[in-house]
Ligand binder design. Structure first.
Ligand code: SF4
Length: 318
């Protein structure tokens, strides 16, 4: 059995649900019983009433027989990638090696894997098995918050992430969740190091989920998230350097001297779209349809662009 996000399942012809937006990546989830205990996640320890959720998304379970023909539907419906996300399994990466082998038999689509790996060798084995990219998720940027929320050492996770990036250049990604105790300076400094190491960064806004220890924590302020998105976009496209950004008490206050020239680069609104692997759009992973949109799963319309840019620029000294 494998779990598939409700939107991906609709694209794959596995259900007839009408979705507000369809994904351009097929999102699969392996496992129920995660060995980790992240305070923001319904999969933690596998004991939660919200177990069928990851982010805001529900993940119904399907048999491999059902999946077999449905991946063809997915390719015809504009799906350009498979994203296999996984809880931390008791058998390490063995289940994942098996799933990747099955997926490779069923589809030509590139596979992104997001899993808890323990060393570089595991990353290499997973790539050799057929994953195109591997995400070594950081999730939490502030070291103390990391310890409290995920348990363990951020530095150790960073060491592994950078070691994987050196060993598998251009094939490593990470996930960062904003709104978990980090300052904008911390987030953008780390993003800059990741960009320099050719690690692809997928930004998320924290979503409080019922039944988790952080269910009462608020999501990040939208203007703060927009500043991090814009900074990430400018660093990633090499349009700006971190050394020109100015922070006050950890908050980004200006992109620096070149700020007026940077304005047109942000005008299209690409900075506010979902970031991460090619073809990954994750519709409504962070947001309710009709609610505040942190990551747009498609190009922004004019009104959305103007609103996002106004919020950003009004909050900065340009
Ligand atoms: S960026 Fe998207 S496709 Fe890549 S690992 Fe993250 S969720 Fe999956």
């Amino acid at each position: 059995m494998i779990r598939i996000s409700a939107g991906s399942a609709a694209c794959m012809g596995l259900n007839t649900s009408q979705m507000d937006a369809y994904p351009t990546t097929a999102y699969l989830l392996s496992g129920n019983l995660c060995l980790m205990n992240c305070s923001f996640c319904p999969q933690a320890n596998g004991e939660n009433e919200a177990l069928n959720r990851l982010g805001r998304v529900t993940w119904p379970e399907f048999s491999w027989a059902e999946v077999e023909n449905s991946l063809i539907h997915a390719e015809n419906k504009g799906i350009g990638r498979i994203c296999l996300q996984s809880v931390r399994h008791a058998d390490g990466i063995e289940t994942l090696l098996d799933i990747i082998a099955r997926l490779k038999q069923l589809s030509q689509l590139p596979i992104s894997l997001s899993a808890w790996i323990q060393n570089e060798e595991e990353a290499v084995r997973l790539i050799e098995a057929g994953a195109e990219r591997i995400s070594v998720s950081l999730d939490v940027v502030n070291p103390l918050a990391y310890q409290n929320i995920k348990g363990g050492s951020l530095q150790k996770r960073l060491d592994l992430l950078f070691a994987c990036a050196r060993r598998l250049p251009g094939q490593i990604s990470t996930h960062i969740i904003c709104g978990l105790g980090e300052s904008e300076a911390e987030a953008l400094s780390l993003i800059n190091r990741l960009v320099e190491a050719k690690v692809t960064v997928a930004l998320f806004a924290f979503v409080p989920l019922k039944g988790t220890p952080l269910e009462k924590r608020l999501p990040p302020a939208l203007d703060s998230y927009r500043r991090i998105q814009a900074g990430h976009y400018l660093l990633q496209t090499k349009a700006a350097e971190l050394s020109s950004f100015k922070f006050e008490n950890g908050r980004l206050v200006t992109f620096g001297k070149a700020a007026p020239q940077l304005k047109p680069l942000l005008a299209e609104g690409t900075a506010f779209q979902t970031s991460g692997c090619p073809d990954c759009n994750r519709p409504f992973y962070n947001e309710r349809p009709g609610g505040i949109i942190y990551n747009y799963h498609r190009k922004l319309n004019r009104n959305e662009r103007e609103t996002a840019l106004r919020l950003l620029f009004d909050s900065l000294k340009m």
